[in-house]
Design a protein around this ligand. Structure first.
Ligand code: HEC
Ligand SMILES: [Cu+2]
Length: 329
C-alpha cells in the first residue's frame, strides 16, 4: 500500500480502498501531464520553427500518413481503456455492498448527521466504528439532498429524500476522521460536519457498552407496529388478517395488482408504508392508510428493520423478533 500523507493538503489514507482511489487519481494526473508537456513543447517549437520569415510563402502540402493516423488512434484508445477499466474496478469495489457488514442507519437533516447502530445507540455528528470491519451505512434524509463524505476513506454517497442509498467502508487504522456533507444543502451546509471515530474492536465494544441505548431499531419498530401506529390491527396474522402477510417477505418476489411483480427490498417496504396505494399486493384491497407525514425517517427505518426481522414462521405480534436479516440492495 503506498502512502500519500507526505503530500500537503492530501487526506490520510484510512480505508481499504483509499489507495486504489489515489492510484487511479495519480494515474490520471500522470496521463494528463504526459500529454500536456509534449503538446506545449511542440507549440513553442513550431512557433519558432515556422515563424514568418518571408511574406505570403506557400507551405509544402502533406497528404496524410496511414502510420501516423493509426498510431495516434491506437495509443489513446489503449490509455482510455486503462482509465475506464481502472475506474470501473474501483467503482464496483466501492458501491457493491458486502453481505457480511455491520449495519448502521444514517439520517441526514438540515444540518446534522444522525446515526443509529443496530444495537440501538444513537449519535449525532459522530460515528464510532471498529477498525478492520466492513461497515455498511443505510442512509436517507428528512429534508433535502445531502452527501455523506469521508475524505480519508475516499468514499462518499448522496443521501436522497424518499429513498435509501448505501455506502460501505472498512477502516484500516484507528483515529478520528472528518465527515462532511458534500452536497450544498442550505444556509448552514458548511456546518454539517462531524467525525468518524475508528476504534480498536475492544475499545469499540467498551464504547457500545458505555452508551446504553433505549431501543434497538428492531425493538423500536416492533413497538410502533404493535402499539403506536396500529399496524398489527391489520397485519397481526391469523384468520382475521386484513393486511398482507409480512413474515419472511424480505428478498422475495411479491405479485402486484395489475399484473406486475417486484422484489421486496428496503425501498419497497418504505414505499409500502408511505404510499400503499402505489403498489398493492395481489389479492388485497387497497385499504391500508398512508403513513406519510406521520412517521419520521427514524421510525421508518425501525419499521423496515422490524419487518425484515420477521421470519416466515413467527407471527407478527407474538414472540421476540429474530436477528435482523442482512439488508439487500
Ligand atoms: C387498515 C389495515 C392496515 C393497516 C392499519 C396497515 N396496513 Fe399494511 N397493508 C394492508 C393491506 C390490505 C395491504 C395489502 C395491500 C397493499 O399492498 O396496499 C398492506 C400491505 C403492506 C405492506 C406490503 C406487504 C407486501 O407483502 O408487499 C407493508 C410492508 C405494510 N402493509 C406495512 C404496514 C405497516 C408498517 C403498517 C403500520 C405503520 C401498516 N402496514 C398498517 C393493510 C393495513
Ligand atoms: Cu447537507
Amino acid at each position: 500500500m503506498q502512502n500519500s500523507s507526505w503530500i500537503p493538503f492530501f487526506p490520510e489514507q484510512a480505508s481499504t480502498f483509499a489507495w486504489q482511489v489515489d492510484l487511479l487519481y495519480f494515474y490520471l494526473i500522470a496521463v494528463s501531464v504526459a500529454f500536456a508537456i509534449p503538446i506545449v513543447a511542440a507549440i513553442f517549437f513550431f512557433i519558432v520553427k515556422y515563424r514568418e520569415v518571408e511574406k505570403f510563402a506557400t507551405p509544402e502540402e502533406i497528404h496524410g500518413s496511414m502510420v501516423l493516423e493509426t498510431v495516434w488512434s491506437i495509443i489513446p484508445f489503449i490509455i482510455s481503456m486503462t482509465i475506464f477499466i481502472g475506474g470501473a474496478i474501483v467503482y464496483f469495489n466501492q458501491y457493491t455492498m458486502p453481505k457480511d457488514a455491520m449495519e448502521i442507519y444514517v439520517v441526514g437533516k438540515q444540518w446534522m448527521w444522525k446515526a443509529q447502530h443496530s444495537t440501538g445507540q444513537r449519535e449525532i455528528n459522530e460515528l464510532h466504528v471498529p477498525v478492520g470491519r466492513k461497515i455498511k451505512l443505510t442512509m436517507t434524509t428528512e429534508d433535502v439532498l445531502h452527501d455523506f463524505s469521508i475524505p480519508a476513506f475516499r468514499t462518499k454517497a448522496d443521501v436522497v429524500p424518499g429513498r435509501y442509498t448505501y455506502l460501505w467502508f472498512e477502516a484500516t487504522k484507528p483515529g478520528r476522521y472528518h465527515l462532511y456533507c458534500a452536497e450544498y444543502c442550505g444556509l448552514n451546509h458548511s456546518g454539517m460536519v462531524g467525525w468518524i471515530n475508528v476504534m480498536e474492536q475492544r475499545d469499540f465494544d467498551n464504547w457500545l457498552a458505555g452508551n446504553t441505548s433505549s431501543q434497538t431499531p428492531v425493538e423500536m419498530g416492533k413497538d410502533l407496529f404493535e402499539n403506536k401506529l396500529g399496524c398489527a390491527s391489520c397485519h397481526a396474522g391469523g384468520a382475521n388478517q386484513r393486511g398482507a402477510k409480512l413474515e419472511g417477505i424480505f428478498g422475495k418476489e411479491v405479485k402486484l395488482v395489475g399484473g406486475g411483480s417486484t422484489i421486496v427490498n428496503d425501498d419497497y417496504l418504505r414505499n409500502s408504508i408511505l404510499n400503499p396505494a402505489a403498489q398493492v399486493v395481489e389479492g388485497f384491497q387497497p385499504i391500508m392508510p398512508t403513513f406519510k407525514g406521520q412517521v419520521t425517517e427514524e421510525q421508518l427505518n425501525a419499521l423496515v428493520a422490524y419487518i425484515k426481522s420477521l421470519t416466515p414462521n413467527a407471527a407478527a405480534t407474538t414472540g421476540a423478533p429474530a436477528a435482523p436479516a442482512p439488508m439487500g440492495n
